[in-house]
Design a protein around this ligand. Sequence first.
Ligand code: IP8
Length: 270
Amino acid sequence: MRERVIIKWGGGLITEKDKMKTVRTDILDSLANQLEACVTQGMDVVLVHGAGSFGHLKARKYRLAEGRQTRDSVPPNMTQDEAVEAVRNDMQELNQYVIDALTKYDVSAVSLPPHLWARNTGPNFEGDLTMFEGAPRGIVVVTHGDVVDCDMPEEFGILSGDDLVYRLATELSGVQRLVFAMGGVEGILSEPPNGVNDASKLIETMRIKDGYEGEHMSEIDVTGGIGLKVERGFQTAAHGVAVHLVSGEIEMRVRDACLGHEVRGTTLLP
Ligand code: IP8
């Protein structure tokens, strides 16, 4: 059976997280180049990307992660329904940047935006994954965090890319590894980065019993930040899939982690 890898490009890596809809094109280029190397080595790749400043800022302003709110509890400029549409469109725009970068490196990719096939949020969201399973060899299937329809009373909510990777990594056949490409850090740090000795704070291997409480930038992030990644990572590792968190900003680390080579970063142990 061919090897399959699930890759998550963090939203904080591929966008400037606090600058509305600003993409980091140089990073996208480098990540696409690394992904192409994995495809060339014969791996099947499923790519999930986060939202960064194309999703979290507006979703937070209009309280989309909390579901339907009263009209007067969100800013008057837009209704929540308009905000749902706007964030979905912004995510399609970001997704187009991702597809363009892949195309530039000759990677054939097809996008499956979750609002078209998924419902409800969290790790047990509903949605049929057979379209991911059945992709022809060499075609990279891409999906991303999104605003999805939910049951009443919420009506809508935010499905994080971290929930998507969990289901994809544990339900698709032949998945060897889940690799999180991160921005600003080389993996999980023992304390928040502050520019002083950050390299020595890297936790190279982690077990669930070590306990971990990540700093969550809740003023920006409407999903779970680093804590959610670690939680879903451990749930994935429990199914026998290798889980690595590596820098997406340092030469070829994502490629090497995807190919199963030893690389600096954090490995989550079951
Ligand atoms: O950045 C969030 O996805 P994530 C999706 O993968 C939106 O958690 C629309 C904020």
